[in-house]
Design a binder for this molecule. Structure first.
Ligand code: CS2
Length: 490
């Protein structure tokens, strides 16, 4: 039996499984989500589902994949229903119905534009990953970026999220339809502010009046999103389909913990998110920094250092005493103190809880998955901490080690001919200096990449010295013995 509108009634007979409690068939689409990947389906879509289960509303989601057709082609066979498996001591299952359709922009651009310009569409939400914002190292829109350059020449046939948002808002302005609000849900510091600026930087190139209209009429609240969501694997499909009693070709798995903090600087219609656990606050910045610097920074550190030491998952590497001590030391000595947290957040406890979440044996989170897109992710997770600590005169030794682990991860992949999942992969393979055994040459080559490091870090003598010592220490012996490396450096 395949999961579908028909069979979900049978699944619902199992009281342990939550199914949609609203009139899904007659629920209209009120949200267009760009990037309906696993994280969206495990996080925002679930909050919206629970809000509709509680109080209804026309908050169906139209998911838009900018390029890939996989999600659409799999989910359409099961009426876009899917199972959320919450992995903790016990596994809980919920059938999610919030996503009513999935479109592929590169194939269905007219339908996408019709959704984006429909008066019923009140919100556009995004999980397009760091690279999807097309920003330069200065955090502003990179007008040279290939997708942006394409869209500026072909404004009615965009390929980027920013191109679609501006084209749709332009259409709504012409048709005198209220603007939709835009909610970024990516691990980008100041995600709403950066997206607002990028959208305006783009629109002003095409139509100054439209740029002003967007500036006045569209809200771009900042938000912090958090829930560890490993990618779905074949065994997930089998175990979840067995548990719910219906074939689900693409269930989603995540941890029990979930958090969404949204800036409350905007009016306009939205689902009853605050009634299902979403926090609205005037100070998102502190929450964002806490999460990016204590969870994502440690994640990326474990991804590169752990992979170099031969580990496969976050659980495996965090169970290792030396690595456990390393990330605790990094958090305590270099992350905490690098920013001002929200009053209500106790950072020591928050940090401990995050490491406890890494030690959830039910979560098989591949280091290789977290290691993707380092050139983009580290600009949000590690470089800002280094910059702040350099200004504050605080230590950056362990952060430099973390960064050097990423350098070595890339260098080794190039030497071994392994695939590098990163928008700059081809740039790295055109840098022969990254094959060098000379640590200084490698460090200088990386630091000279201005689109990642900008000028400040590139010219920091302290940082360069620490990176060279770290990389040299990392290259002693075959497998990384993190403890001895840390001892060498501290
Ligand atoms: C991870 C994040 O893949 C990664 O880069 O660090 O997806 C992380 O699991 C989430 O941000 C947790 O909320």
């Amino acid at each position: 039996m395949q999961l579908s509108n028909k069979t979900v009634k049978i699944v619902a007979e199992n009281p342990a499984i939550t199914t949609p409690q609203y009139d899904r068939k007659n629920t209209k689409i009120g949200i267009v989500h760009l990037g309906p990947g696993a994280f969206h389906r495990a996080h925002q879509a679930v909050y919206t589902e629970n809000a509709m289960n509680l109080s209804g509303g026309n908050w169906g989601i139209c998911g838009v994949s900018l390029r890939s057709s996989i999600a659409r082609d799999v989910l359409v066979k099961q009426d876009n229903l899917y199972t959320l498996a919450i992995l903790d001591k016990e596994i809980n299952y919920q059938i999610i119905g919030a996503i009513k359709e999935v479109l592929v922009a590169s194939e269905q651009s007219q339908q996408v534009m019709a959704r984006l310009t429909a008066a019923t569409t009140k919100l556009v939400t995004l999980t397009i990953t760091e690279k999807g914002y097309c920003l330069g190292a200065d955090g502003r829109l990179d007008l040279e970026n290939a997708d942006i350059a394409h869209d500026l020449k072909n404004r009615s046939q965009p390929i980027s999220a920013i191109g679609y948002i501006v084209q749709a808002l332009g259409q709504r302005k012409i048709n005198s339809i209220d603007a939709f609000n835009v909610l970024s849900c990516d691990n980008v510091s100041g995600n709403g502010d950066k997206l607002r600026q990028a959208v305006i930087d783009y629109a002003v190139q095409l139509d100054e009046a439209l740029a002003t209209w967007i500036d006045v009429n569209v809200a771009f609240p900042n938000s912090m999103v958090d829930s560890i969501t490993p990618k779905t694997e074949d065994y997930t499909v089998e175990s979840v389909s067995k548990a719910v009693g219906a074939r689900d070709e693409w269930p989603i798995q995540r941890e029990q913990f979930t958090q969404w903090v949204i800036e409350d600087n905007w009016q306009g219609p939205r689902p009853d998110w605050e009634k299902v656990g979403v926090v609205f606050t005037s100070d998102v910045d502190g929450f964002e920094k806490a999460k990016l610097r204590l969870l994502n920074c440690l994640h990326s550190t474990l991804a590169y250092a752990g992979s170099l030491a031969g580990f496969e998952t976050v659980f495996d590497v965090t169970c290792d005493n030396d690595f456990y001590n390393f990330i605790c030391k990094l958090a305590k000595e270099e992350v905490i103190g690098s920013f001002v947290p929200p009053e209500e957040l106790n950072l020591e406890r928050y940090g401990k809880e995050i490491i406890e979440r890494f030690l959830n044996p039910e979560i098989r989170h591949l280091l290789a998955q977290i290691a993707w897109d380092g050139s983009q992710k580290l600009q949000m997770r590690i470089l800002p901490i280094i910059e702040d600590n350099l200004v504050l005169g605080r230590s950056t030794k362990l952060l430099s080690l973390s960064l050097a682990c990423w350098f070595e991860f890339i260098c080794r992949a190039l030497k071994e001919g392994k695939e590098i999942v990163d928008p700059m992969a081809s740039d790295f393979s055109n840098m022969p200096s990254l094959l060098s055994n000379d640590a200084l040459e490698v460090v200088e080559s990386f630091l000279n990449i201005e689109s990642i490091f900008g000028l400040k870090l590139k010219n920091s003598h302290d940082l360069k010295t620490q990176l060279v010592s770290s990389l040299t220490a990392l290259r002693i012996g075959d497998t990384v013995k993190i403890n001895s490396v840390v001892e060498t450096l501290c």
